[in-house]
Design a protein around this ligand. Sequence first.
Ligand code: SF4
Ligand code: SF4
Length: 461
Amino acid sequence: MARMLTEATPAQQLLELLGPVDRFHDRSELGDFGMPARAYMEDLAEPMAKASAFSRIGPLEKIHAFWFAGMSCDGCTVSVTGATNPSVESLLLGAHPGLPRLILHHPVVNVESGPHFMRAAEMALSGELDGPYVVILEGSIADETRAIATGGYWSAQGEEPWGPDGELRPVTAAEWIARLAANAAASIAIGTCATWGGIPASEGNPTGAMSMMDFLGKDYRSAFGVPVVNIPGCAPIGDNFTETVAAVLYFLQGFGPLPEFDELGRPAWLFGETVHRHCVRGAYYEEGTYAEDFGDKECLVEIGCWGPVVNCNITSRGAISGIGGCMNAGGACIGCTMPGFPDKFTPFYKRPPGSLASTAASRLLGSIIRPLRRYSNDHLNREVRWDLHGDTPTGWARRKSEPNALQEVGHRFYDKMRRSSDTSKADVQPWGKRAEWTEERDPDRERDLSVRPGVDRARKG
Ligand code: SF4
Ligand code: SF4
């Protein structure tokens, strides 16, 4: 135990192996290579920024965000660039009052590439950057010490003159994170690979892939005292990320407290509920009716849905712009936001064993509840007038059948129960809402209730 407490983190072990760095590209020699727009992304966006130096609020005018891709499929990038609430574009333009402008350094989004793209990260390392920065990781971190032992690397971003005698060598995402995280205002892991290791860390992987939290260790705190922020999902909901970034930026700007995170660094307001609690198919589960095939409308638990035990808000938030999301689109939950994903959820699309007890109970209860609900539903689908005349004057082909005597007694009993709590009208006849038509309410009124006003009377006349 004592050995574990003093053991260096994987990040520290990597830096011990690689040693310090003090050389960077000679910027005077870079030329136009990697600059098709002949400008840096920040310079291109600056004229379009919404706020001026006079209208910006708070101490931070801008904040840099370094996005590194480890063992990833770029799905997180696709999700985040589709975010709408807030959108990446609005963050880049500083369009939100009180928020600093986000200067994004993203290998897919930026217009510059090569050494020009890495310039800002070099400046962050050398302390020359003109503002604070956050580090964002997409994809898991491979154990690069394994690759170094064989002379290779797993996952790199850019080259720096950090080889023997100033030779260029690929710099891994792991190395960038290890070098930059200590002075970052915040370190944010996006997607299940970065938050918990995810698919690259599943059984059989040769890379020793791990999460940002595992890599930096439990004692890690950013320069502003924040542990690693985790926004899981495979792929994650883009809005979950941009909203959390905005909330953290408000905190860094001094406009609000640190948003609430759970014990694993997830935004508590986004991951506090299970999928099941907001699922559009939840009522089918409750009534004990289950899909047998994909495409069926009922609850998907028997064909592999883990929703009742998974923390994820896609059922209430949707995938993009409030639309889509697994169950909304017919997909069963495979637990992609969870630290145990994927190994604890395989084989996919097979019934979770733990659901046996709850589905059996729901089936039993549902066999009683469903007919009772149908019974009430039939009653509530009738006007009181139709009850009084014993007829439903619909011209549609599916003519509604009239309740039989037993059903009528049941409906009257139900209505009586319903009205029993209405103390202000305790004396009112409980059958439906037009009690004034009944003899109890107006005994002097001689109304032939079997006559339909305007129809039967006309016929009689
Ligand atoms: S489909 Fe999944 S999340 Fe939805 S009700 Fe069924 S078990 Fe719950
Ligand atoms: S519902 Fe399940 S599979 Fe779908 S995004 Fe959420 S955790 Fe992943």
